[in-house]
Design a protein around this ligand. Structure first.
Ligand code: SAM
Length: 286
């Protein structure tokens, strides 16, 4: 099916026709609004008050291509090439995980915990797009923030994000599973590491399984908590007394991660729920 004309209302109709098998009506409306904002810079109020507004033929082609990619299951953030994370525009490519709202809560928690600390040193392990590191630097300008990541492609994206946001974060290549200790004392160790078992691959949505990088999602080991065991040890060797470790987890594993931290000697270990009410973040003090 083709788009019937070049009015905004024709394009809206096309979105509903083509996407109704895969998305709810509410989701289609959001995707349509995102597309119109992205391609024509129009807000949803513009669309609402001027449904007969006409767009250029070249734009019609862009809408058609946008919908085709959505039908194939591609996440809208990869189609647009960016997403928003704590008011920061973050470039995303298929080399990086799309930053999630739950992760904003992790960054928020750290910002709250950092209050009163003058020049904190923060290590973000498994930094991906750089979203956590960049948000921490944006909200705590006096912090020294280092992001470490194994994927060269992801590192490149995070460095581009730092440059476009003019935020001074040091993104370095490093294999977290080979790290014992960070080179300087840390006030905070934060991480959102890979935490999905390979066995769960088939239960994931097409958008996640077929488009987001496997390296960001799956733990290539029978021990799905491998990263947490390692991060706890790195933290014990690197975080200063009273300093913070804060880890994002699969909601089914928070108790187990809290147990790992407690058994390793971390104090005041707590679990924080995400906005959907699922346990999500585990944090503690050295
Ligand atoms: C769940 S993603 C999180 C990305 C980003 N911090 C976020 O919250 O959106 C995990 C990241 O860890 C990286 N990674 C996987 N194995 C790693 C390793 N051994 N050492 C360092 N980074 C690793 C992946 O490439 C991916 O970017």
């Amino acid at each position: 099916m083709r788009i019937a004309g070049n009015k905004i209302s024709d394009i809206k109709k096309y979105f509903y026709q083509e996407l109704e098998q895969q998305y709810s009506q509410g989701e289609i409306l959001i995707l349509f609004r995102m597309a119109v904002q992205h391609i024509n810079g129009l807000s949803h109020l513009d669309i609402h008050f001027e449904p007969d507004l006409r767009v250029q033929e070249s734009d019609v082609l862009q809408y058609s291509w946008f919908v085709k990619r959505l039908v194939q299951g591609e996440p809208v953030q990869y189609i647009m090439g960016y997403t928003w994370f704590m008011d920061l525009k973050i470039k995303v490519t298929p080399a990086v995980l799309i930053p999630r709202p739950e992760t904003e809560e992790l960054a928020n928690l750290i910002i709250m915990e950092l209050q009163g600390i003058e020049n904190p040193v923060i290590l973000d392990a498994c930094s991906g797009s750089g979203c956590i590191s960049l948000a921490l630097k944006a909200y705590c300008s006096n912090a020294k923030v280092i992001g470490v990541e194994l994927s060269d492609e992801a590192l490149e994206v995070s460095r581009q994000n730092a440059a476009s946001l003019s935020l001074d974060v040091d993104f370095q290549k490093s294999d977290v599973l080979q790290l014992e200790k960070w080179a300087e004392p840390l006030d905070v160790l934060v991480s959102n590491p890979p935490y999905i078992s390979n066995l769960e691959r088939d239960s994931l949505s097409v958008q996640v399984r077929d488009f987001e990088p496997a390296m960001a999602l799956f733990v290539d080991d029978p021990d799905v908590l491998l990263f947490y065991r390692k991060l706890s040890k790195i933290g014990l060797n690197s975080v200063i007394s009273g300093g913070l470790i804060a880890l994002e987890c699969h909601f089914e594993n928070t108790e187990k991660v809290a147990e790992i931290l407690t058994n390793d000697g971390w104090k005041n270990v707590l679990i924080e729920n995400d906005l959907s009410g699922n346990p999500r973040i585990v944090y503690g003090r050295k």
